[in-house]
Design a protein around this ligand. Structure first.
Ligand SMILES: [Zn+2]
Ligand SMILES: [Zn+2]
Length: 425
């Protein structure tokens, strides 16, 4: 793929330069090339290409109904130090509240606060401890006089910030210190309401910031869980296609490709992710942002959440009822993807062709998850074989309106047993 960004009118030398780059592109085995100007030429990695596609405001889809949302995305080392510049650039106002927790305030919250204060921004702090209604109300009440919010933390803190900003009707920035799922760039949050976790629609953040210096210190389980949430695309897209074919649901080819390309980029960077190079970690962060943005562009989680998420949601519900914890979201979803990929393979004639898409088969996804250190057996996250089968049977009832392979063919106990046996679970 060749991208040439030209600033100004092409003169004879620039045309010659472009011609040379095209020749280079072909002779370098079609590796992606970019020329930012006639003095700059470099071969881009898959990771950088994803980043460029996220920055491409002119992106449009094949169905003509979808376009790139307005959100600033910065993934870089030392970006925390540039927070004041970003706030000024976005013209967010002169006062804000930092939302963090006891850990993330030490990781980044306090430093962001000091930097903004030294830039004459009126800053206060709200420390939260749980992604529930009480914490959202606390943030809303404590930030009435603030122009905007900055959520600093992992999934829970960011979810509280999203809903508080939505309720306040204010703009907000997400400064992510984790990468265990695709929530950074999605337009939903998961909040516990009346003891039950609910997915609630919110506005997209004005900016999503990931400082690679901080994220490179993230624990290994976050990398594994992030990969688990990404793997979901193989089943989520096939479930969406079932909805299109059986229920005449709206579907967008470009967005389906968009989601699959996020997973591909990580699978193609496997070695780098495993050895935790900066490029490897970046590719995972960008892929998760891309996945979340795909859902934001579509307007619901449909492109990236299918039967595998229903299996996970059933477990979440069970865990809440029994006051226990059954793994992280991405850990559950990775295992759910294995189960549903196998069930699709057995019962969906439109499943990914094994020759064209060897990486998308259940066994390949299992190898991928093992390579990145993710769990591949329900018992590893505290889910017994019996409970896993119960979730398999009950998942479709958790959300009857999201048509998936589980709705097309309600599994019975022997179906669940067969799938578990084939996956050696
Ligand atoms: Zn579209
Ligand atoms: Zn997810």
């Amino acid at each position: 793929m060749l991208i040439y960004v030209c600033r100004g009118i092409l003169g004879p030398f620039a045309i010659l330069d472009l011609f040379v780059k095209i020749i280079c592109a072909f002779t370098s085995h079609f590796k992606p090339l970019i020329g930012l100007n006639k003095h700059y030429l470099s071969v881009l990695s898959e990771t950088e290409m994803i980043f460029l596609s996220l920055l491409d405001r002119s992106w449009t889809c094949s169905c003509g109904k979808h376009s790139m949302p307005k959100v600033e995305i910065i993934v870089d080392s030392g970006v925390l130090q540039r927070i004041s510049d970003l706030v000024n650039k976005l013209d967010l106002g002169g006062s804000c509240a930092i939302v963090d927790d006891v850990n993330t305030r030490k990781v980044a919250g306090l430093e962001i606060m000091n930097l903004l204060r030294s830039n004459d921004c009126g800053v206060s702090e709200v420390v939260v401890n749980n992604p529930d209604e009480a914490n959202v109300s606390k943030v809303v009440a404590a930030t009435q006089d603030k122009d905007f919010l900055i959520g600093v933390g992992g999934t829970s803190v960011l979810d509280v910030t999203k809903l508080a900003a939505y309720r306040k009707g204010s703009r907000y920035i997400l400064f992510s210190t984790g990468m265990a799922n695709d929530g950074m760039s999605s337009k939903t949050c998961s909040i516990i309401v009346g003891g039950k976790k609910e997915t609630i629609p919110v506005n997209l953040a004005d900016a999503v910031i990931v400082d690679m210096t901080i994220i490179s210190r993230a624990p290994s389980w976050m990398i594994a869980a992030g990969c688990g949430d990404l793997a979901a695309d193989v089943t989520a897209i096939k479930d969406w296609q079932l909805g299109r074919d059986d229920k005449k649901e709206p579907y967008c080819d470009s967005l389906a490709d968009w989601e699959m390309s996020a997973l591909d980029s990580v699978m193609n960077n496997l070695e780098q992710i495993r050895s935790r190079t900066e490029n490897g970690t970046k590719s995972l962060v960008w892929a998760l942002i891309k996945k979340g943005l795909g859902m934001s562009i579509w307007g619901s989680s449909r492109p990236a959440s299918g039967s595998e998420h229903l299996w996970s949601h059933w477990l979440d519900h069970y865990a809440e009822e029994h006051r226990t914890k059954l793994g992280q979201h991405g850990e559950q979803v990775g295992i759910g993807t294995l189960l549903m990929a196998n069930y699709h393979q057995l019962h969906n004639p439109n499943w990914w062709n094994a020759e064209e898409h060897p990486n998308y088969q259940a066994e390949s996804i299992m190898s991928f998850l093992r390579e990145v250190g993710a769990y591949t057996n329900p018992t590893e996250i505290g889910v017994s074989r019996e409970l896993s089968i119960q979730a398999f049977l009950g998942a479709w009832q958790y959300r009857k309106t999201r048509y998936t392979i589980l709705h097309k063919r309600h599994p019975d106990a022997s179906d669940a047993e067969k799938t578990m046996n084939e996956l050696r679970m």
